[in-house]
Design a binder for this molecule. Structure first.
Ligand SMILES: Cc1cc2nc3c(=O)[nH]c(=O)nc-3n(C[C@H](O)[C@H](O)[C@H](O)COP(=O)(O)OP(=O)(O)OC[C@H]3O[C@@H](n4cnc5c(N)ncnc54)[C@H](O)[C@@H]3O)c2cc1C
Length: 415
């Protein structure tokens, strides 16, 4: 639920009626939904708290990031493919350019620096009231719309591990950051850096640090699946999607693990314990993505990236691990993921869970709620999920939009 600070509304409030849907967020999900609506003749208003389209990719990622999945699985709906010559795994800048071109092609022009502070359905008038603070946040606008599309993403805010204060993070004198603020490894050259977390971001940041001359340790607390990014020259993701059309998930998992063992060897020797359940089954039940190795594993094997256990507490110059040994570090980087911010602004608890800010129902039933409320980009299926949501939402709203136009037309004629 919103904090009291979130609820404090600035002085002036003006009201604006929006004929089409309001879409909150101008990341890939927001602009894809706006484009699909436009293609069906429905105008929309896209609200974005930051100053650009797709700021999560542009401003909150590291420079060496590439799409984790092959580009063919990351294209937005109705768009031409990536330009000729784009590598199979586009760089961050290439993906940002693709998103900019997509927004331009569909003339999606979000209202920028417009942060949605609160949104609630007003049953008395049958409209969503969307309170937005803009620019210097001294004035507020209330937008009124029949339809509200939540596109603020599964990764809206950095997630920090619980209990850091109790563990003494305040007394640590080195640098502390989240991967959302990490840009490039050469800023850490010659330093001792501890990366907390071993998902795709943790592995990639560790690799980047290592490549740039930082002495890198990585905390591996939980069990995890590491898979090669490609098997026999085919992307592991593409191969899984293909095999799942023909075989049960357990068989596909068994095959992936067989090839992983063949290609990567026994990773348990290096402190990376595999869960008993297969990677695709875990992904489908919890949403947790397996790590697709792009080189970190080699560095772990040759000892350039040191695997260390969980942190017990922070010291002035480093940390004490749960096995009791202490080590000094110049910086600690938290690769501990992201979380949704929906509960901080949306006053609704049926479609979205207040606990984690994600839809209560899993894909493919997560996109529609009641009273004209929609969710896009919350499927735990990346941009493929976004494309599905955008198409479903646009079709649903377009249907209601044309009914509303017909009603309006009938009323005009009766007058
Ligand atoms: C490092 C990384 C790599 C990934 N690689 C891939 C990949 O290769 N393939 C793939 O399919 N998926 C990938 N994903 C997952 C996912 O596709 C991306 O996170 C994608 O950006 C999700 O798009 P989105 O629009 O749903 O969310 P976002 O891109 O996060 O966009 C949400 C937008 O909402 C805005 N916003 C939030 N709150 C408010 C508010 N209150 N008011 C106004 N605006 C607000 C934010 O500023 C943001 O611009 C990756 C994710 C990460 C973190």
């Amino acid at each position: 639920m919103p904090t009291s600070q979130d609820d404090a509304s600035p002085a002036t409030t003006r009201q604006v009626w929006v004929p089409g849907p309001v879409i909150v967020g101008a990341g890939p999900s927001g602009i894809a939904t706006a484009a699909c609506l436009k293609s069906r003749g429905v105008p929309s208003l896209v609200l974005e708290r930051d100053a650009t389209v797709a700021p999560s990719w542009r401003d909150r990622t590291y420079e060496r990031l590439r799409l984790h999945l092959p580009r063919s699985f990351c294209e937005l709906p109705l768009a031409p493919p990536f330009p000729a010559g784009t590598p199979p795994y586009p760089t961050r800048d290439q993906f940002v350019a693709y998103l900019d071109a997509y927004a331009r092609a569909f003339a999606v022009q979000p209202r920028l620096r417009a942060r949605v502070r609160a949104a609630a359905y007003d049953a008395a008038i049958g409209f969503w009231r969307v309170a937005v603070v803009e620019g210097d946040e001294t004035a507020e606008t209330e937008f009124l719309s029949r339809w509200l599309v939540v596109a603020t993403g599964e990764n809206a805010e950095a997630a920090w591990p619980e209990g850091m204060v109790e563990m003494g993070i305040g007394g640590f004198r080195g640098e502390v950051m989240h991967t959302s603020g990490y840009k490039r490894g050469d800023e850490f050259a010659g330093k001792k850096v501890l990366v907390v977390g071993c998902g795709n971001s943790g592995m990639e940041v560790s690799l980047d640090l290592c490549d740039n001359g930082a002495a890198t340790s990585m905390v591996v607390r939980d069990k995890l699946h590491v898979l090669p990014r490609e098997i026999l020259g085919i992307s592991t993701f593409g191969l899984s999607v293909f095999l799942l059309k023909w075989f049960p998930i357990k068989w596909v998992d068994a095959l992936l693990l067989f090839f992983s063992r063949l290609i990567l060897g026994n990773i348990e020797k290096y402190g990376l314990r595999r869960p008993k359940i297969g990677p695709l089954q875990i992904k489908s039940s919890t949403g947790k993505t397996p790590v697709l190795d792009i080189g970190a594993l080699k560095k772990i094997k040759n000892g350039e990236i040191k695997v260390v256990p969980a942190i017990n507490c922070f010291t002035e110059n480093g940390v004490e691990f749960v096995d009791g040994h202490r080590e000094e570090f110049d910086a600690v980087i938290f690769a501990t993921g992201y979380k949704s911010n929906v509960p901080s602004w949306l006053k609704e608890e049926e479609l979205f869970s207040e606990r984690d800010g994600l839809p209560r129902k899993a894909f493919p039933h997560s996109w529609r709620g009641k009273n004209g409320l929609y969710a896009t980009g919350f499927t735990k299926r990346g941009l493929l999920g976004t494309s599905y949501d955008a198409a479903m939402i646009a079709a649903d709203i377009a249907h209601r939009w044309s009914n509303a136009l017909d009603d309006h037309h009938d009323q005009q004629q009766q007058r």
